[in-house]
Design a protein around this ligand. Structure first.
Ligand SMILES: [Zn+2]
Length: 370
């Protein structure tokens, strides 16, 4: 039932519209117009500070339970003037930018499914489409959504690679920002009057534990900034890091460990330190017995694939939806090597992704499953 050519053309059209985080107005205008052609009215809600536009929300009447369909429209850098290049069954960028298959494969899949429903006059469940903005900058768009949007039986977030995989478990994340204050002095004339913040930061970082902590926990120091000139003893260093875990206690433990090392080392060398910890999102785990997992699994089998349950190490809008009380699974739509200039999309997987979503929301089967 999926119109493969139309789906892939839509994907390429979406790719050609720049939509870095906070700059999504153009792509949203396109989506609003396409939905209007299907007789679907959309509104924009929860515009983040500094963003051009809010997330697109559209209700699609149907029968029975309301299902949320979600994908994000923003892409990471380098993501301006992306050129989709098809090579056989794959679509790449020209190597200078990401492709933006994350998450425009998901957006294209949802649009195609809505077109098929209308075109074939299919019976389907009630739907709420949520195209979010600013996902890549810490799920900001989803976090800005008003509470009333989180209203439905379950949610399907398309933001994953393989269409036979069901992501049911994701970690929580906390970010840590550290400012270490030393004392500046002329490095050649009065080095003994200075207190080198770079040196203190280095000692602390070398003492910290980070990387792959265990099977459900990771942490990282990703940014160090400091220093002005080689002849000035640096008086300020900023360190930014993160920790993620499926286990909230382990997440706390890793953040505490980083804080403890920093406090100890800074005290030892007489430097002042400021530490800020931010909870980015909560973890989630959907029970294997949940209806949404059964439906997803059945839809994947119906699409001729073998369902595989997966956990992820990343965060997505699904973390926000789950935290808001809507059981949300992440399904795949053929994106690979995301957040790199080698990113590509697998055409067959995009099509399968659309089949899976369509199978999940069609009337007949779902009625029986309930
Ligand atoms: Zn994504």
């Amino acid at each position: 039932m999926i119109n493969k050519k139309r789906l892939i053309n839509t994907f390429k059209t979406l790719i050609r519209i720049d939509s870095l985080a906070y700059k999504e107005a153009k792509v949203m205008a396109y989506l609003g117009k396409e939905l209007k052609k299907l007789g679907i009215r959309s509104t924009f809600q929860g515009r983040p500070a500094g963003g051009e536009v809010g997330s697109l929300i559209a209700d699609v009447p149907g029968q029975g339970k309301r299902i949320l369909l979600n994908a994000h429209v923003d892409t990471v850098t380098p993501g301006k003037k992306i050129k989709p290049i098809q090579d056989g069954k794959y679509i790449f960028s020209d190597g200078k930018t990401v492709l933006g298959a994350d998450d425009k494969t998901g957006v294209a899949v949802i649009l195609e499914v809505l077109r098929v429903l209308k075109e074939k006059k299919l019976k389907h469940l009630r739907l709420k489409v949520i195209f979010t903005v600013a996902e890549e900058t810490g799920l900001v768009g989803a976090r800005c959504l008003p509470k009333r949007v989180f209203n439905g039986e379950f949610c399907i977030t398309l933001d994953h690679d393989r269409p036979n995989e069901i992501v049911y478990k994701a970690p929580a994340q906390q970010n840590i920002t550290v400012k270490i204050y030393g004392k500046s002095a002329h490095a050649g004339i009065h080095p003994e009057l200075g207190l080198n913040a770079i040196k203190i930061a280095s000692i602390a970082i070398a003492k910290m534990r980070f990387g792959r902590i265990d099977s459900e926990t990771t942490s990282n120091i990703g940014i160090i900034e400091g220093g002005k000139a080689t002849n000035i003893i640096p008086d300020r260093v900023v360190i930014r890091g993160e920790a993620r875990s499926h286990n909230p206690k382990k997440l706390e433990r890793e953040i505490e460990q980083m804080k403890r090392v920093l406090t100890e080392i800074c005290a030892k060398y007489g430097a002042r330190v400021k530490i800020k910890v931010e909870k980015v999102y909560h973890s989630f785990e959907i029970k294997k017995s949940a209806q949404v997992l059964k439906l997803a699994s059945r839809a994947i089998i119906k699409a001729g694939l073998k369902p595989v349950y997966k956990q992820t190490g990343g965060g997505s809008d699904a973390n926000i939806f789950n935290a808001a009380g809507i059981p949300t699974v992440i399904l795949g739509s053929g994106m690979h090597q995301v957040h790199t200039t080698k990113e590509y999309a697998n055409i067959n997987e995009i099509i399968k992704g659309a089949e899976v979503v369509l199978n999940m929301i069609l009337g007949g089967d779902n009625e029986k499953a309930n």
